[in-house]
Write a protein that binds this ligand. Structure first.
Ligand SMILES: [Zn+2]
Length: 351
């Protein structure tokens, strides 16, 4: 049976990188070490794993976009993380420690067991402590033959310069929003409106767009917009129900906070456009994230000021900060929703 094909370059920029690496592989000129750098969510880890699978595949398909065949034994094994010549480490808690690098050194000191080469990956190598970084540097100074190291880091400047100088750098940029939208429409089978929303929240990361969809971001958005249009007497119990539902679910609460942020951003945009072009009410629509909620947004914008929204934005920053420190999710969301239930911020609460 063909393994589920997880090999999809995340963007046109990544496709170019894979094509280039395919050429390098074809000519047998693989470097000992690659450093993939780029901001959070730019797909560094997926690229590192995809390259490792490509390097280990027995019969990679090299036409168009090079890709592992997906059916040979090495492909099946790397897919299940069972290949003896594939080794990956990532930060244990927040750092990569000496004993992890020692294990990696033991692995790479041997000749590959099954493949022609071994590939080791270090995810977030900028989280190595000093001792671990120095130990890794020793390995790179005398690279064992047939071993290839791929490290990822948010920025080359965060790594030891001597370590960087021994790696070929591959820069991984965040995926542009237009490509993310296309990704959501084609690969995640989203409608245009849903794709726009996910691509705006995903911060340049296809993996995050997929995660948002799986974790119900579209339903969360619908529930929040539903809450805005409720009268005061209905809004309070409805918001409690929502908080109760999200309580204990960190990811769902973070998604709700991000959705509230997208709504706040839309409202600020509407207010700005109204100030600049008071007669052109339609000029604003193309940049709105939540276009399907435009009518509700316009009514909310009529009832609110820029200062209040700026203050609310700061509150949302603080809410994320609290969530990262494990403050009760239900309480954080409740505090975030109270703002919209207040009569003077909600034009729907009258009548
Ligand atoms: Zn294969």
């Amino acid at each position: 049976m063909k393994q589920k094909d997880a090999f999809h370059p995340a963007s046109s920029a990544q496709t170019r990188i894979i094509k280039k690496m395919g050429d390098v592989l074809r000519h047998g000129h693989l470097a000992h070490a690659y450093a993939i750098t780029g901001p959070e969510g730019s797909g560094k880890e997926a690229l590192a794993v995809n390259l490792a699978r490509l390097f280990l595949c027995e019969a990679p398909e090299m036409r168009d976009i090079p890709r592992p065949c997906g059916v040979c034994r090495p492909c099946i094994k790397t897919g299940r993380n069972l290949h003896p010549d594939f080794f990956m480490i990532r930060p244990d808690a927040s750092t990569i420690k000496m004993n992890q690098i020692r294990r990696l050194q033991q692995e790479v000191s041997l000749a590959p067991l099954e493949a022609d080469r071994r590939v080791a990956i270090i995810i977030n190598a900028h989280k190595m402590n000093q001792e671990a970084a120095n130990a890794l540097l020793k390995t790179l100074e005398e690279p064992p033959s047939h071993n290839h190291l791929i490290i990822t880091a948010s920025c080359a400047d965060e790594l030891l310069p001597t370590l960087v100088s021994r790696c070929q750098i591959i820069r991984c940029e965040p995926v542009p929003q237009s490509e993310l939208m296309e990704f959501a429409e084609k690969r995640l089978a989203c409608t245009g409106e849903a794709a726009r929303f996910l691509s705006c929240l995903a911060e340049g990361s296809p993996a995050k767009a997929e995660m948002l969809l799986e974790q119900g971001a579209l339903e969360t958005k619908k529930e929040l917009f539903g809450l805005f249009t409720k009268k005061g007497t209905e809004a309070v119990p409805a918001s409690f129900r929502l908080c109760k539902k999200f309580s204990g679910d960190m990811n769902a609460t973070l998604i709700a906070i991000q959705t509230l942020r997208s709504i706040t951003r839309d409202l600020r945009l509407i207010l700005e456009m109204k100030r600049r072009w008071p007669d052109r009410t339609n000029a604003v629509t193309s940049s709105i994230i939540n276009q399907d909620g435009l009518k509700i947004l316009c009514r909310l914008a009529d009832a609110i000021t820029d200062d209040k929204l700026a203050e609310y934005s700061r509150f949302l920053d603080h809410a994320e900060w609290m969530l990262e420190r494990n403050v009760n999710q239900g309480l954080v969301l409740e505090a975030a929703l109270v703002f919209w239930i207040r009569k003077n911020n909600n034009p729907f609460s009258d009548g």
